[in-house]
Design a protein. Sequence first.
Lengths: 257, 257
Amino acid sequence: MTHQVQHRLSLHALAGIDRIRPGDDIAQIILQAAAAQHPLCENDVVVIAQKIVSKSEGRRVRLAGVTPSGRARELAEIAGKDPRIVELILAESSKILRCVPGIIIVEDRRGLVLANAGIDASNVDHQDGDSVLLLPENPDRSAEILATRLTAATGARIGVIINDSIGRAWRRGTIGTAIGVSGLPGVLDLRGTRDLYGRALVSTEIGAADELAAAASILMGQAAEGRPIVIIRGAPYANQDGTAQELQRPAASDLFR
Amino acid sequence: MTHQVQHRLSLHALAGIDRIRPGDDIAQIILQAAAAQHPLCENDVVVIAQKIVSKSEGRRVRLAGVTPSGRARELAEIAGKDPRIVELILAESSKILRCVPGIIIVEDRRGLVLANAGIDASNVDHQDGDSVLLLPENPDRSAEILATRLTAATGARIGVIINDSIGRAWRRGTIGTAIGVSGLPGVLDLRGTRDLYGRALVSTEIGAADELAAAASILMGQAAEGRPIVIIRGAPYANQDGTAQELQRPAASDLFR
């Protein structure tokens, strides 16, 4: 793969993005805001917070309609969580990896390892009763649809990352992480590349989309800032494609789950 | 803690940084290159690749001078590695977490969990025999010295991150990660902050310096690019301080080691 390193990278958060409702056309919202504030250019990467993609896709669930199973009640007891939320965690997961007071870490149906299956009650409208937001059904597919729309509308090749703030083993704090990718590599494979002294590199898989997702997260903030869309200019991955799926280490080759 | 979210973030890789030798004055090299290319401003964060900090601190070790212990030979047999490198890994580590063909994952003396104790043979000059590069003895201290120098010389408050490309549990690919921090928070604590709808946030520890370290890594490249210094402008963490140490989850509260 080619890897055109640039000297400069710039990130620009779009302002004035209103609260997103089910059915809202995120691509159209990005196109309008970008046209007014920061017109999209060839090879720009648009990073979109998971939360607004989930909202537009109608992934909000009212807890009043959820009936917890016996297993959900058991785990909820251990974790100290609402059994209805645990029921949703179970439905979103293929495997429970850890369940301790305060946290349930799962491998979700998409293959992501994360706390509480990414289900979140913050920044969700609770006007008609307590509700939570699930991750998009298929974030790579959501990213692909958005990238296709943005590319068609602008005539410029636009990459898309859907990111979420996800915790890590070994380290404190969440960081922005790519859960959906289109139009750029998820993992950049540099095998065969030479170092400064002409030696072949040994460790050469770069989590390219995760680095961009983390960068965008710096501008998004986590709280009331409401800046869920960041345009990155200068990412050195022109004319390559990939998915967030390829960032997921298969369980069989993972030493820590 | 305050958290002044900005609309824009820009990253600029300094060009023309020569190969670094033991005793080279990294602060002076940064000041000269920045003055010519991208003068440092108040609250800029300078991200410096671990490799050049280690080289300047004389952390290169010639393998010819290393005698492996019995334990190093045993682990080297399992991992399929040079027993002399494994000897160095053991010396740099407080605990071996996993040893399988191709990889040894350790908790190092600094508390970092990473492959091969961060010891690397790429981008190292091998003219006087095979050699490898160890991590800086105390990267937080190295970052502090550099930040103090840059701040004193410019009169502007400058943050410093020393980053390295580190692998993760669960996900493929390395990402730029903060191993030394000064003049900005390692972890940003948003507890008590309210969301868009006025609710208190629940998950609120952000790996702030890791997000910046990952962002800088996009411009550094991994191979022969030789762009080990990146200036970040617009990071929303003015007038806060922290360390990379605070990003390390204590073993006792880690569910995955």
